[in-house]
Design a protein around this ligand. Structure first.
Ligand code: ZN
Length: 147
């Protein structure tokens, strides 16, 4: 019986080897943002197609370590087809799992993270937390770009 840590490692490796939603979207109408983690050399570009209050398409480009790229792949799956407000709730929940205080006094929303829970082990390695949240910070920048 594989343990939970093996399962989490499998999920991370699967997203690293077969990244979901890779590519670009034409801007405009899509918006995009670029993120860089100089500590590790990770680069992420996030493209969002937003129609009304819904993210109808998402593409991710970039390169870097397995944590940064698998996190970006999981992020793309978690936001595609979702409402912007629901996506912001997932961002808060994910960052709280990574022990990042966003200084927002309202309670952390109760949302399910699914595959994203595979990244919770990263919190034990503070240097890698920046790898895991890079895609999420870049997503937040792209959302700001859209407003
Ligand atoms: Zn990294």
């Amino acid at each position: 019986m594989p343990g939970l840590e093996d399962l989490y490692r499998e999920i991370i490796l699967d997203h690293y080897r077969s990244p979901r939603n890779r590519g670009e979207l034409p801007t405009p109408p899509a918006v995009h943002a670029q993120g860089h983690n100089p500590l590790c050399g990770d680069e992420i570009t996030v493209y969002l197609q937003i129609d009304g209050d819904t993210i109808t398409d998402v593409k991710v480009g970039g390169q870097g370590c397995s944590i940064s790229q698998s996190s970006a792949s999981m992020m793309s799956q978690a936001v595609k087809g979702k409402k912007v407000d629901d996506v912001k709730a997932v961002v808060r929940k994910f960052k709280s799992m990574m022990s990042i205080d966003d200084e927002d006094p309202t309670p952390i929303p109760e949302v399910k993270l699914g595959d994203l829970e595979a990244l919770q082990g990263v919190v034990k390695f503070p240097v890698r937390i920046k790898c895991a949240v890079l895609a999420w910070n870049t997503l937040t920048e792209a959302l700001a770009e859209a407003q």
